[in-house]
Design a protein around this ligand. Sequence first.
Ligand code: UTP
Length: 299
Amino acid sequence: MTIDLAVVPVAGQGTRLLPATKSQPKEMLPVGRKPIVQYVVEELALSGIKRLLFITGASKTSIENHFDINGELIQYLRETGREDQLAELDFERQQMEYFYTRQRRPLGLGHAVLCARPLIMNQPFVVALGDSIIGLHAQSKIVQRLIEQFERSDDIKAVVAFEEVPREEVVRYGIAKPRGEVDDVFELEDLIEKPDIDEAPSNLAVAARYVFAPEIFDMLEQTPPGKAGEIQLTDAIRLLLRNGAKGIGVRLAPEERRYDIGNFESYFEAFVEFALADPLYGEGLHKHLQALLNSQRPV
Ligand code: UTP
């Protein structure tokens, strides 16, 4: 049976987006018309995911509410003849089963994934970060490609998506050390966390989508906390590779840009890009921005 189960960690504090994230999850911030996490779920559905386990935390209940069916709202829209607005709730009906568990303390992404262990047990699974959109309007099937690679051989225990980044940006990401030739798919020798520019073994940055064999849980159990006491997923993948497991990297296509909504700079960029591509309002916004940029107003 092919993998149809994804873990979506959404329990982070989002401190880099304060005050916007003081009492609402960063994963619920809108990019264009939809909250970020809705794009993530729609992307996963496109790749055949049918069961989704959110790792949530305190003040994240609006995520659960968002994916519930809101009968009262549906009835209200029907009664008031707003069928077009009703269509905006179609995502509630996509074929997806939702499960939720809590990460009770924010001990890092690796720890968040480990919280899935009692529910996932012995199955392979996808991990998709709830604050990263892949491709404009999430039109990406990267997860399907990761699953295809994972299913090629029993020796493969981790498949990771990578995005090519400008050389000067490698210092911000986990970077792939490929074994041999790099093509769209390549073997992973190691991962280097935030390397110096001169020491980076490539410009391929970890890009928020993964497939793992359940062995990753043992590695996470053995991973000591790093800086700020957080357990890093990257460290557990390194441990997996060092223990002789095979890891595969899959490169995102140029049109599958990763929108990481972790800080205001990338959030603003993503919002503007998605709004400019909006079928109804994109053209008007384009004109407005052009006029704004051409005006003498100081920025
Ligand atoms: P980040 O690495 O951006 O961390 O999370 P963060 O804590 O959310 O944000 P800052 O650094 O305080 O600004 C990447 C993804 O992993 C989840 C987040 O919710 C986000 O979707 N995450 C992170 C967890 O689920 N638990 C954690 O302990 C940390």
